[in-house]
Design a protein around this ligand. Structure first.
Ligand SMILES: Nc1ncnc2c1ncn2[C@@H]1O[C@H](COP(=O)(O)OP(=O)(O)O)[C@@H](O)[C@H]1O
Ligand SMILES: [Mg+2]
Length: 296
């Protein structure tokens, strides 16, 4: 029944894309500002974002609505030389899911994530967030679309001359948040990732696991709907990897949708959530509540 409803909605989405009349005015997100001045818009957006609660559960209607949070419709990505990094991928992700994307190096995991947070555009197909096609978003408005996503990568990318607190605060400062907001928000997020007592340290003074948790805090500071984690355990020892996965699961429990790519099957085996398996740019497996040992 659920499947039927979802497919129906997808058809509706396609129809509305093809019909100019059916097109609704673009509403980027609940945080979208109502001004045309880009600088003022960023500040307004920040204010709106700052007013939300820390990684709060999505509103009830978001959970029950029929439109998938994310829908990839026959997405392909070719790089110059006709190299196919992503080959006709269709999938949907519902709000609140924890999705692991697994596959060997070069399978297309990072490319798939880039299509989702619109770092790059697909060569064919389209990505929909809450039923709205990303291809129809004007280039200058893409930063608002990207605000729906927080990103964590294998290399932590912390600023070495800033403390853990300052690294996280920086993400708010550049958007013009007030000192009060920063003083309020940053410790809250750092305590979620268990770094409240390390926040005055510099990156070189903490462990790799702690650095990665700081970069996770930085990704969460804007309270994104979706957290994208691309090989977040790639540079961590097994104990820190385990801790990172547990933290991601906790953040997911708080309501944030998580899409997490890894080539490490051991990491996914312990998670027992939805697993999408990729190979040579294609999705070759998609299973709920599965470890990577799909063939077991
Ligand atoms: N910017 C690019 N230009 C050319 N080829 C690329 C580019 N990005 C990725 N690729 C190729 O696309 C394929 C998929 O890459 P990627 O998505 O990074 O895989 P994964 O994250 O699973 O390791 C790889 O063979 C890679 O070399
Ligand atoms: Mg990758």
């Amino acid at each position: 029944m659920e499947e039927i409803r979802k497919h129906k909605k997808v058809d509706e989405v396609k129809k509305s894309k093809n019909s100019k009349k059916a097109r609704k005015p673009l509403k980027l997100s609940a945080h979208a500002p109502v001004t045309s001045d880009p600088q003022q818009a960023v500040q307004e957006t920040m204010k709106n974002v700052a007013q939300q609660n820390v990684v709060q559960k999505p509103a009830e209607e978001k959970i029950t609505q029929k439109t998938p949070l994310l829908y990839l419709d026959h997405v392909s990505k070719k790089y110059p030389g006709d190299y196919i990094a992503l080959d006709d991928v269709t999938l949907q992700i519902t709000a609140g899911e924890f999705v692991a994307i697994i596959g060997v190096s070069g399978a297309g995991k990072s490319t798939l994530l880039k299509m989702i947070y619109a770092e790059e555009a697909p060569t064919e197909g389209d990505v929909y967030l809450n039923g709205r096609p990303v291809s129809e978003i004007k280039k200058r408005l893409l930063p608002y679309y990207r605000r729906n996503f927080g990103t964590v990568f294998q290399d932590f990318k912390l600023l070495p001359k800033k403390t853990i607190f300052e690294n996280v605060a920086f993400a708010l400062e550049v958007d013009g948040a007030s000192n009060e907001q920063i003083a309020d928000e940053v410790p809250k997020i750092l305590s979620i990732v268990g770094l409240e007592s390390e926040m005055q340290k510099y990156p070189y003074q903490v462990s790799g696991g702690e650095e990665q948790r700081a970069s996770l805090a930085r990704a969460l500071i804007h309270r994104p709907k979706v957290l994208i984690a691309d090989e977040p355990t790639g540079n961590l020892d097994p104990a820190s990897s385990q801790q990172m996965i547990e933290l991601l699961l906790q953040i997911n429990e708080l309501g944030t949708t998580i899409i997490f790519a890894t080539h490490d099957k051991d990491v996914v085996d312990q998670v027992k959530r939805r697993v999408i398996v990729m190979d040579q740019g294609k999705v070759i497996g998609d299973k709920d509540n599965a470890g990577y040992g799909l063939s077991k």
